[in-house]
Design a protein around this ligand. Structure first.
Ligand code: CAA
Length: 265
């Protein structure tokens, strides 16, 4: 991996942990963080040993407290648009990343912090985490995909309530509205994300990654096209050794040993 000034990336037993590391600024996303995230995910995409990614923030206060307000303060119209596009590009890269990405949120996930968490596949939160889209209080709107992903995740009405009021909600409320999938004690957060990663790693990597693609792309299609796409992806699974192994193991009443290899039959 490259050396980064605002990120730490470690990898162990198939799980890469990407830490956004600007604790003094509550891990606010400036251009450097966005550029480095883009490079880190490009490198992890072609790193065969990293099969699941966990995204966290450093320090004990914040996952990510948003886009960097100091950097945005004096932007003009063009610079604002370009900054939004830069963030959107990186978050879409995470959303479409060919492997599962889990956000482990321990503190503030505000603005761009909530938005980057929403670009991940699964969100696990500590019971001390706080979520919100406070942008309208700064005279802007969410610009790293928040108006779109929040509405798709929690529904239009709840997204509008949160975005119009800039209300900050706690982890149990985030769980209730479906913004996060699990809430655990702060000290159990990383272990919970690792445990989910471990359960995913026991399954066919090919099938898991294809399921991600089918869910993501299908959600953007109408139902007949989405079903057709699912059928194609389902068929593609039958070109993998994992499918042969998974079903043979079932019939032989043993645990499968997946290779993660595509093999033409
Ligand atoms: N950008 C830049 N710096 C930030 C920041 C941000 N989003 N959030 C926090 N910081 C900095 C603070 O300026 C402060 O720096 P100094 O020590 O140099 O003064 C440091 O982090 C610690 O923050 P606070 O002293 O404010 O900590 P606190 O505990 O009193 O408050 C907080 C914590 C409630 C999260 C508060 O920091 C806060 O409200 N932050 C901004 C949250 C926000 O509005 N996020 C949305 C940004 S806009 C956006 O994200 C747009 C988009 O969609 C693309």
């Amino acid at each position: 991996m490259s050396e980064f000034s605002t990120l730490l990336v470690t990898e162990e037993n198939g799980v890469a942990v990407v830490t956004i590391n600007r604790p003094k600024a509550l891990n606010a996303l400036n251009s450097t963080v966005l550029d480095e995230l883009s490079v880190a995910f490009d490198e992890l995409a072609v790193n065969d040993s990293a099969k699941v990614i966990i995204l966290i923030g450093s320090g004990d206060k914040a996952f990510v407290a948003g886009a960097d307000i100091t950097q945005m303060k004096d932007m003009n119209v063009i610079e604002g648009k370009l900054f939004a596009e830069k963030g959107q590009h990186v978050f879409t890269k995470i959303e479409q990343f060919p492997k599962p990405v889990i956000a482990a949120v321990h503190g503030f996930a505000l603005g761009g912090g909530c938005e980057i968490a929403m670009a991940c596949d699964i969100r696990v939160a500590s019971d001390a985490a706080k979520f919100g889209q406070p942008e309208v209080g700064l005279g802007i709107i969410p610009g790293f995909g928040g108006t779109q992903r929040l509405a798709r995740l929690v529904g239009r009405g709840m997204a509008k309530l949160l975005i119009y009021t800039a209300d900050i909600i706690d982890a149990p409320e985030a769980l209730r509205i479906g913004l996060v999938q699990k809430v655990v004690a702060p000290e159990a957060l990383l272990a919970e994300a690792q445990a989910i990663a471990k359960r995913i790693l026991k399954k066919s990597t090919i099938a898991v990654n294809l399921a991600k693609d089918a869910i993501n792309r299908g959600m953007e299609m109408d139902i007949p096209n989405a079903m057709q796409y699912e059928a194609y992806i389902f068929g593609t699974c039958f070109a993998s050794e994992d499918q042969t192994e998974g079903m043979t193991a079932f019939v032989e009443k043993r645990k499968p040993a997946f290779s993660g290899v595509f093999a033409k039959k």
